[in-house]
Design a protein around this ligand. Structure first.
Ligand SMILES: Nc1ncnc2c1ncn2[C@@H]1O[C@H](COP(=O)(O)OP(=O)(O)O)[C@@H](O)[C@H]1O
Ligand SMILES: [Mg+2]
Length: 377
């Protein structure tokens, strides 16, 4: 097991495109850190730099406190699972698993035992004599994971290992990777663009966007206390609703939310003028609770989910959404009780608990802190 430290890692590709911009990050011994961010934000590039498959333009990678700059991949004792699994097609599963041990001249008896133990751990004992082409996607994924952990590396790097699997299998494999980590405690850096995967797998999550680490924290910290509108919109599903509204120049100031006046939260001190308002889909009630502020809106679509309905409504101001976030439609969404939902076209007054709303600077997106609400442990 090992620690990993990234110190101001910068990467520019030919033509001067800066993909990573002074990325610093500490990963603890035995930690499962998830690196999440939109497609193209540099996640794979960063993993390749840690593995030694690519060089940083500037900055340092330290493993157990020692720089590994210039150390070839093989000598870093780092294993990587690639998105496409990269199994050797002409080799059996057994030989795929044994390959890295052979390369390291591990004695036959020990090698066979490790292969057997790993196959057992991943439930692929019956597949040892098959070739990769005779395996399902989920089985290939298991073999690729097995091939990485069989030699018990100091560090395990995983690059979107579940993204080629169907939704149901992804959920199963997620739980399996979690169990595997609890058993082995190998320091792991796991890359995904899927925030649900990040939330469910990570001890901590680092959100990467625009080449920079936006925020590092536990899933709870990122969800409850996002440092900026990007993280707020990226973490959570459906995404936090964000729109530009106005702070009035009255005393005391209020929020003008589509013509409705909302009180400004305790401790919030926004200047009069535009501000980004954030409301999570779960913060709405309908019919509105007596204590709630009102949002007048028109229903534009309803998705019935059984236990809940997602009700899409017109936003109270100019909608804002995080780049790379799929939920980019110019609507707000409320998650309401599935038993009573308004109809498409209906004009509704939704209730919002103002204490659960967020404010962000309209220019730079930085969170305007309210009175500290304790984050659940
Ligand atoms: N070898 C390369 N040469 C030039 N540009 C590259 C190279 N590899 C990646 N890029 C660019 O760097 C950016 C980040 O890529 P990548 O790390 O693969 O992102 P992610 O894994 O987050 O989707 C992308 O815009 C990609 O086109
Ligand atoms: Mg990638």
């Amino acid at each position: 097991m090992a620690t990993v430290d990234l110190n101001q890692v910068t990467k520019e590709f030919a033509g001067g495109v800066r993909v990573l911009d002074r990325v610093s990050l500490h990963v603890d011994e035995g930690e499962f850190l998830v690196l999440v961010g939109p497609s193209g934000c540099g996640k794979s590039t960063l993993l390749r730099i840690i593995a030694g498959l690519d060089d940083a333009t500037a900055g340092t990678v330290l493993v157990d406190g020692e720089s590994v700059d210039g150390v070839p991949p093989k000598e870093r004792d780092v294993a990587m699972v690639f998105q496409n699994y990269a199994l050797y097609p002409h080799m059996s599963v057994r030989d795929n698993l044994a390959f890295s041990l052979r390369l390291r001249h591990v004695p036959t008896r020990l090698r066979e035992r490790r292969v057997r133990d790993t196959a057992e751990l991943l439930g692929i004992e019956e597949l040892l004599d098959r070739k990769p082409k005779a395996l399902s996607g989920g089985q290939r994924q298991r073999v690729a994971t097995g091939r990485a952990i069989v030699r018990q590396p100091r560090i395990l790097l995983m690059d979107e290992p579940l993204s080629n699997l169907d939704a149901q299998l992804r959920v199963t494999m997620r739980a399996e990777l979690r169990r595997l980590h609890l058993e082995h405690r190998t320091t792991t850096i796991y890359v995904t663009h899927d925030q649900v995967e990040a939330m469910t797998l990570g001890d901590r999550i680092a959100v990467l966007a625009d080449g920079r680490v936006q925020q590092v924290g536990t899933p709870h910290e990122l969800y409850h206390r996002p440092v900026n509108a990007f993280v707020a919109g990226f973490i959570g599903s459906p995404s936090m609703n964000l729109a530009e509204v106005r702070v009035t120049d009255t005393d005391p100031p209020a929020l003008d939310v589509g013509g409705q006046r909302w009180p400004v939260l305790a401790g919030h001190a926004p200047a009069a003028g535009p501000v980004l308002l954030g409301v999570r889909p779960d913060a709405f009630s309908w019919p509105p609770a007596a204590t709630a502020a009102r949002l007048d809106a028109t229903v534009v679509a309803v998705e019935f989910l059984g236990n809940a309905s997602l009700v899409f409504v017109t936003p109270p101001g100019r909608p804002w959404h995080a780049a790379g976030n799929d939920a980019g439609a110019p609507t707000w969404v409320a998650r309401l009780d599935g038993r009573v939902t308004p109809r498409v076209g209906e004009r509704v007054a939704l209730g919002v608990e103002v204490g659960s709303a967020y404010l962000f600077d309209a220019d730079d997106g930085r969170a305007i802190p309210a009175e500290q609400v304790p984050v659940p442990a």
